[in-house]
Ligand binder design. Structure first.
Ligand code: HEM
Length: 402
């Protein structure tokens, strides 16, 4: 708990045991300061107020543009997988604003709302196929988001298995530290996905359909809004950004509800509570624990010397979501909190484009699981994924009851 010292708290986030439960360390770091230097040229930001404000600060950049050429060379040579780097997630204005506008104009609220029936049908199929004992992550939380994103992008059912593996391999690029072998696999997966999407783009250019891929191809071609490279990079991003994150939301969400049976019962009897329950799940154990920004000019955070240009600011989203100044009794799971608004989807210009879709999937899936499987229970020890950024379960053994 709070008797942990500061250095131990920083270090624990980079160790497998510390990552199992980072919240005690976050408490120590937040109590230390809203922002402080954790490593050379890298500051941690810990409070809800400061994280929210800095995510919206137009003076900050998602990539270290003070030395852009070096950043690029480093990514291409050492981290591989150009596609994710070229996507809107790693792009600054003015390019970001242009690409984001094109993507938002095609990935609309209407398109997401139209997915409700597809999601519901998938959820019911997956529930019906669940064996009496299963792994919720492998048998439900993985297949649902991949089916949904494939349906959205127009990727045929026969490709989903292949996709699932490639997407899982590629998401390690979102981690600050990965093994050489993981990076090699990610790079290979990235190239294979790019090759696949290149074919899909050519197909939709020739024969447009109702899917998001066709809409993005049209935006790219007709209005020349996106370059070919940007189109490809952002299709790959839509696949990977919405996949493991949503898997983790579903896995974490179910585990929290099984740990809080009184809340599960309330949701069973009133599925209208789903929106509040999902927001509180997002706050309580965010699927994305951190994201980073870089200063381009001296930044005064009121903590002595201003930060030098090129300083990395790591926003600890998971710490901000448990900030007692914003959330009384922050370690309590309480869907009745007013005005939850966690920073789990980020904030400002890069605010998660898929947030409405992710929320909809969880809001449909969790109540249906609980009502259709009233005997749903844990059937073994859950295994955490050993990741710092994308937090969730690698496996969650369940029994779906008699
Ligand atoms: C961006 C979280 C699901 C697409 C982000 C960011 C966060 C996030 C924190 C901002 C990163 C930053 O500011 O540096 C999540 C979580 C999800 C989820 C927690 C699920 C629970 C999805 C889904 C999609 C998606 C389902 C799409 C199908 C994107 C895209 C961006 C993004 C395209 C980049 C937006 C931009 O750079 O302008 N997400 N996401 N996400 N997310 Fe999500």
């Amino acid at each position: 708990g709070i008797d942990m010292d500061f250095d131990t708290a920083v270090g624990s986030l980079f160790q497998p045991e510390g990552r199992l439960d980072p919240y005690p360390a976050y408490d120590v770091l937040r109590a230390h300061a809203p922002a402080f230097p954790a490593f050379e040229n890298q500051w941690f930001v810990t409070t809800h107020g400061l994280v929210s404000r800095l995510l919206r600060d137009p003076g900050l950049r998602v990539a270290d543009t003070s030395d852009y050429d070096r950043f690029w060379t480093d990514w291409r040579e050492n981290r591989g997988v150009a596609s994710v780097v070229l996507s809107m997630l790693q792009t600054n204005p003015p390019d970001h604003s242009r690409v984001r506008r094109a993507a938002a104009a095609t990935f609309t609220a209407r398109r997401v709302a139209a997915m409700r029936d597809v999601i519901t049908a998938q959820v019911i199929d997956l529930i019906e196929e669940l064996p009496a004992r299963s792994d919720f992550v492998g048998d439900f939380a993985y297949p649902l988001p991949i089916a949904v994103i494939c349906a959205l992008l127009g990727i045929p059912e026969s490709e989903r298995r292949w996709f699932r593996q490639r997407a899982a391999d590629l998401t390690v690029v979102l981690e600050p530290i990965s093994s050489e072998e993981e990076m090699k696999r990610a790079d290979k997966a990235g190239r294979e996905l790019e090759a696949y999407f290149t074919g899909l783009i050519a197909d939709r250019r020739h024969t447009p359909r109702e899917d998001l891929t066709s809409a993005l191809v049209a935006a790219s071609d007709d209005d020349a809004v996106l370059t070919g490279e940007e189109l490809l990079a952002n299709l790959v991003l839509l696949l990977v950004a919405g996949f493991e994150t949503t898997t983790n939301l579903l896995g974490t969400g179910l585990k929290i509800l099984l740990d809080h049976p009184e809340q599960a019962d309330r949701l069973r009897s009133d599925p209208g509570l789903a929106a509040a329950v999902v927001e509180e799940i997002l706050r309580y154990d965010s699927p994305v624990q951190l994201t980073s920004r870089y200063t381009t000019a001296p930044l005064d955070l009121g903590a002595g010397e201003p930060l030098a240009p090129g300083t990395m600011l790591t926003m600890l989203l998971g710490a901000a979501n448990r900030d007692p100044a914003r959330y009384p009794d922050p370690h309590r799971f309480d869907p009745d909190r007013p005005n939850i608004q966690p920073v789990s989807f980020g904030g400002g210009a890069h605010y998660c484009l898929g947030a409405p879709l992710a929320r909809l999937e969880a809001q449909i899936a969790l109540p249906l699981l609980l009502t259709r499987l009233p005997g749903l229970a844990l059937a073994g020890a859950p295994v955490r994924r050993d990741r710092l950024v994308l937090r969730g379960y690698a496996s969650l053994p369940i029994t779906s009851g008699p």
